[in-house]
Write a protein that binds this ligand. Structure first.
Ligand SMILES: C[S@@+](CC[C@H](N)C(=O)[O-])C[C@H]1O[C@@H](n2cnc3c(N)ncnc32)[C@H](O)[C@@H]1O
Length: 155
């Protein structure tokens, strides 16, 4: 058994060579195994979102829900390659604290190798912060979290 595998999750190889998780609780994979976890995050979520974000030097993102963190990490990967001067703030609620704790054992794609420090910071402290990036996980119910999350007009 892979050391990531928990009571509620197993790690599954997806078609693009990246791993995703299968949830025994929800009886489904976290990503499309056919499209691939990394491919799905980049092509379905990150790239389309950034097409709408022209002429902004600072972006604040609500990533519902963190899960394995692919959308957050794929965002940082894409930003580093395409908009290295952007300031990025990502806020992400996640109900499953045991899942977040187990992410040290998850096999991420090599594209995320450079984010090991960020992943560890999020697992240990729930936050990562440097001059360019601020990432926070809120362990709890997203439905409560969004009631307090500031709208773009007030950020
Ligand atoms: C499909 S996964 C998210 C995958 C994630 N986007 C990724 O890239 O890894 C859905 C996640 O939502 C979380 N979740 C479900 N209901 C929630 C809630 N009410 N509040 C916060 N998280 C919730 C689950 O624990 C699960 O980790």
């Amino acid at each position: 058994m892979n050391s990531f595998d928990t009571k509620l999750h197993t790690m599954t190889l997806s078609e693009d060579g990246s791993y995703t998780a299968y949830s025994k609780e929800y009886d489904e994979h976290y990503h499309s195994t056919k499209d691939g976890a990394l491919h799905e995050s980049l092509v379905k979520h990150v790239v389309p979102a950034f097409k709408m974000m022209k002429n902004k030097a600072e972006i604040t993102i609500l990533d519902i829900c963190f899960g394995l963190g692919f959308n957050t990490l794929a965002t940082l990967y894409y930003v580093k390659q395409n908009f290295p001067d952007f300031k990025i703030n990502i806020y992400s609620p996640e109900l499953d604290a045991d899942l977040v704790k187990s992410l040290n054992e998850f096999t991420y794609p090599k594209e995320f190798d450079e984010f090991k420090e960020i992943i560890s910071g999020l697992i240990e402290n729930g936050v990562y912060d440097d001059d360019s990036w601020h990432v926070e996980i809120f362990l709890g119910d997203a439905r409560e979290y969004i009631k307090k999350f500031p709208t773009t007009s007030s950020i």
